[in-house]
Design a protein around this ligand. Structure first.
Ligand code: SF4
Length: 212
């Protein structure tokens, strides 16, 4: 029988009084602020440079991230690495994390299929994200995909219409949104995938010029 306590409604009370990134990661490992702690293997906290000019924020860890405990190491992470490199941005100079830090999934046969986090789960996990942003103080936050963009820029935000724009924000001097790399992997055919990848790299090239 599990000895873990039941879920709380927000991670707010778990943030250390004098947070550092290692302390936050340690505290988040025991987070039960929403029910996702029961479904995921482990908390997947953000990783990267303490003084990064850019934080890249996705929706949630995927299958490989859940198993390894590291963000953006699966197929979407590899696509992101390649796209950053093509855009002239060194991933080791950035910080990568997710809006929600546990993998939400549902079984389909033997596979674990990604399930979108809901509003309560995003709200419960938000204190971790805000604490990461407050410590790193990036020049630009990049929201990868609609879930991250709407969590950071509001529910009216549409990635399809406003991608690649540098918008002023209270979270950082600028927030820019683009697609999530996993959406490129899910493109229905090779030609669409090639075009979507090109647009993604173009957004990242804009980012590269912006932070120079
Ligand atoms: S998803 Fe976030 S709020 Fe929910 S248990 Fe995991 S770390 Fe805590």
């Amino acid at each position: 029988m599990s000895t873990r306590k039941p879920s709380q409604s927000s991670a707010e009370d778990l943030i250390p009084e004098q947070p550092t990134l290692p302390l936050l990661k340690e505290a988040a490992a025991d987070c039960k602020a929403c029910d996702l702690w029961e479904r995921g293997t482990q908390t997947v906290f953000g990783e990267g440079r303490r003084r990064a000019k850019v934080i890249l924020i996705g929706e949630q860890p995927g299958n490989e991230e859940d198993l390894t405990g590291k963000p953006f190491v699966g197929p979407a992470g590899r696509l992101l690495d390649n796209a950053l490199e093509e855009a002239g941005i060194d991933r080791s100079q950035t910080y990568v994390t997710n809006v929600v830090k546990h993998f939400k999934w549902e079984p389909r046969g033997k596979r674990r299929i990604h399930k979108k986090p809901n509003t309560q789960e995003i709200a419960a996990c938000r204190p971790w994200l805000l604490a990461e942003i407050a410590l790193i103080k990036p020049q630009v936050i990049v929201a990868l995909g609609a879930t991250a963009a709407q969590a950071l820029l509001g529910p009216q935000f549409r990635v399809t219409k406003q991608r690649g724009q540098f918008l002023k924000s209270s979270l950082a001097p600028y927030v820019m949104a683009t697609v999530h790399p996993s959406s490129i992997l899910r493109a229905p055919d090779d030609e669409t995938r090639r075009l979507e990848l090109r647009r993604f790299v173009d957004d990242l090239k804009k980012l590269g010029r912006f932070i120079k």
